[in-house]
Ligand binder design. Structure first.
Ligand SMILES: NC(=O)c1ccc[n+]([C@@H]2O[C@H](COP(=O)([O-])OP(=O)(O)OC[C@H]3O[C@@H](n4cnc5c(N)ncnc54)[C@H](OP(=O)(O)O)[C@@H]3O)[C@@H](O)[C@H]2O)c1
Length: 246
């Protein structure tokens, strides 16, 4: 893996690069970093999933960010499409987390209004700590009761989850860094509410075409937000870009 910016270097260790970055908690909420992969032409999924865009290079960033996060926030659409399971933190990263005062594994927090989740999947049956569910009051009492059996449910909104309240709830659980892994609809609301501090974007050397969403895609009214390019890594044509709020 070579570093292109800020200073050229022939070989860098991805996990070290990301571990050195500063991610201070914000007033009343964690630092929010979004990690996404897109093709050159901006597609975020091939045949409905992001895996077709990936290479070992972006997987290193995926693993490095998960190793640093206190909580991984994800929209229910992505959980359903990608078949989310418990985080598989490598043993060495677990040790580093413990040394930093973190739990061995980041927790997964799912944003969902409908609570239409498969509760028999490993995410709910095999997680070391139960997943966190961030929901509103829209789903039925029966659905909420069923999810409460296998997850830590937080009601933070009404018809829609109030994302600022959701992040405040995660801060209340001790989260200082929230890694958001999408999808585009969730990202769109985070942008509209001014809740994005950092974007890690892997640009896959591929043209995908089709109709898939961009990394932030939806109808929430957003004001364009300037970002500063903090770092660029490259391996086998995959660009690994880190932007922070300007
Ligand atoms: N390229 C990448 O890096 C990447 C990353 C992630 C995902 N993806 C792709 O993106 C697609 C899925 O993304 P998506 O944009 O369709 O879905 P998404 O953002 O993952 O999830 C949308 C769902 O999240 C829930 N949600 C989001 N905001 C909410 C709010 N404020 N209140 C209540 N519920 C809320 C709703 O769930 P309920 O319906 O349960 O109410 C909504 O249907 C998949 O194809 C996936 O492969 C790509």
């Amino acid at each position: 893996m070579r570093q292109v910016l800020p200073t050229p270097a022939d070989e860098v260790v991805v996990s070290d690069c990301y571990a050195r970055d500063e991610r201070p908690a914000r007033p009343g909420r964690p630092w929010v970093v979004i990690n996404m992969i897109a093709s050159i032409d901006g597609s975020t999924a091939v045949a409905g999933r992001s895996g077709g865009l990936g290479t070992p290079a972006d997987h290193q960033v995926f693993t490095a960010l998960r190793a640093l996060a206190d909580v991984i926030v994800v929209g229910a659409g992505t959980v359903r499409a990608e078949g989310y399971g418990p985080p598989r933190t490598p043993q060495a990263e677990q040790e580093r987390r413990v040394a930093r005062g973190q739990s061995r594994f980041p927790r997964i927090a799912v944003v969902t209004g409908r609570l239409d989740l498969d509760l028999s999947t490993p995410l709910f049956t095999e997680s070391v700590e139960p997943p966190i569910i961030l929901t509103g009051t829209a789903a039925s009492a029966e659905a909420r009761a069923a999810v409460t059996e296998v997850a830590d449910v937080h009601v933070v909104g009404e018809a829609q989850v109030d994302l600022a309240r959701a992040l405040a709830a995660l801060a209340g659980l001790g989260a200082g860094v929230a890694l958001c892994e999408g999808g585009p609809l969730l990202n769109d609301q985070l942008l509209a509410e001014g809740l994005i501090d950092e974007i890690c974007l892997s640009v896959s050397p591929m043209l995908a075409g089709g109709e898939s969403a961009r990394i932030i895609h939806g109808s929430a009214p957003a004001t364009p937000m300037p970002m500063r390019l903090d770092r660029a890594l490259e391996e086998d044509g995959m660009l690994l870009l880190r932007y922070v709020r300007a």
